[in-house]
Design a protein around this ligand. Structure first.
Ligand code: HEC
Ligand code: HEC
Length: 159
C-alpha cells in the first residue's frame, strides 16, 4: 500500500519530461540552442539571417552540417539531427499580409462613391491597375502602400 502511494507520483512526474525530450519541437529547440552556440562561433549572428534566406531541404542542411564539422565546428553526434531539423524548420519571415487589408481600404477609400460590390467587380476586358489609377484620378485618395495592398486584394478575386 505504502509503495503504491509512493510510486504513482514519481511516474507522473517522470512521464511528461521523458515525452517532451522526444517531440519534434524539443529536438528543434535543442538544435536552435546548438546553432546559436556553435555556428555563430565562426559566422557571427549573421548566420541566422543566412539560414532564413537559404531555405535548403533537410538533406541539404544535413550535408551543410557535416561540411561544417569538416571545417572544424564542434558538434556532438547527437546534435546533428536536432541542428538539421532546426535549420530546415526556419521559415523566411513572412511579408505582412498586405491583401488582408483590402476590405478596410475599400471601406475607407472607395465606398463613398459606390458600394463594395461595384468597386470589386472587374468589368470584362479591363485590369485592376488601370481602374485603380482611374479611381485615383477621380478622387480615391490611396497612399502607395494602400494601392499595393488593394491591388493584391482585388487580384486575388475576394470581396
Ligand atoms: C569552425 C568554423 C565554422 C563553424 C563552427 C561553422 N561554420 Fe559554416 N562555414 C565555415 C566556413 C569556413 C565556410 C566557408 C567555406 C564553405 O563554404 O565550406 C562556411 C560556410 C557556411 C555556409 C555557406 C555554404 C553552404 O554550404 O551553404 C553555411 C550555410 C554555413 N556555413 C552554415 C553553418 C551552420 C548552420 C553552422 C552551425 C551548424 C556552421 N556553419 C558552423 C566555417 C564554420
Ligand atoms: C470620387 C468618387 C470615386 C471613388 C472614391 C472611387 N470611385 Fe470607382 N468609380 C467612380 C465613378 C464616377 C465611376 C464610373 C465612371 C468610370 O468608370 O470611370 C466608377 C467606376 C468604378 C468601377 C467600374 C469601372 C468600369 O469600367 O465599369 C470600378 C470597378 C471602381 N469604380 C472601383 C473603385 C475602387 C476599387 C475604388 C477605391 C480605390 C473606387 N472605385 C473609388 C467614382 C469613384
Amino acid at each position: 500500500m505504502k509503495t503504491a502511494i509512493l510510486v504513482v507520483p514519481i511516474v507522473m512526474w517522470l512521464a511528461p519530461g521523458a515525452a517532451a525530450q522526444n517531440t519534434p519541437q524539443a529536438q528543434i529547440e535543442k538544435g536552435r540552442i546548438a546553432v546559436t552556440a556553435v555556428c555563430t562561433g565562426c559566422h557571427d549572428t549573421g548566420i541566422l539571417r543566412i539560414v532564413e534566406m537559404r531555405q535548403k531541404s533537410v538533406d541539404e542542411w544535413r550535408d551543410t552540417v557535416y561540411k561544417m564539422i569538416g571545417r572544424g565546428a564542434h558538434i556532438m553526434p547527437d546534435e546533428i539531427e536536432p541542428i538539421t531539423m532546426y535549420l530546415a524548420s526556419v521559415r523566411r519571415p513572412q511579408q505582412p499580409d498586405a491583401a488582408g487589408e483590402g476590405p478596410a481600404i475599400l471601406a475607407r477609400r472607395c465606398r463613398q462613391c459606390h458600394d463594395v460590390e461595384r468597386a470589386t467587380t472587374l468589368p470584362a476586358g479591363q485590369n485592376w491597375n488601370t481602374i485603380v489609377d482611374r479611381m485615383m484620378a477621380l478622387g480615391a485618395a490611396l497612399t502607395p502602400a494602400e494601392r499595393r495592398a488593394l491591388l493584391a486584394h482585388l487580384t486575388t478575386g475576394s470581396k
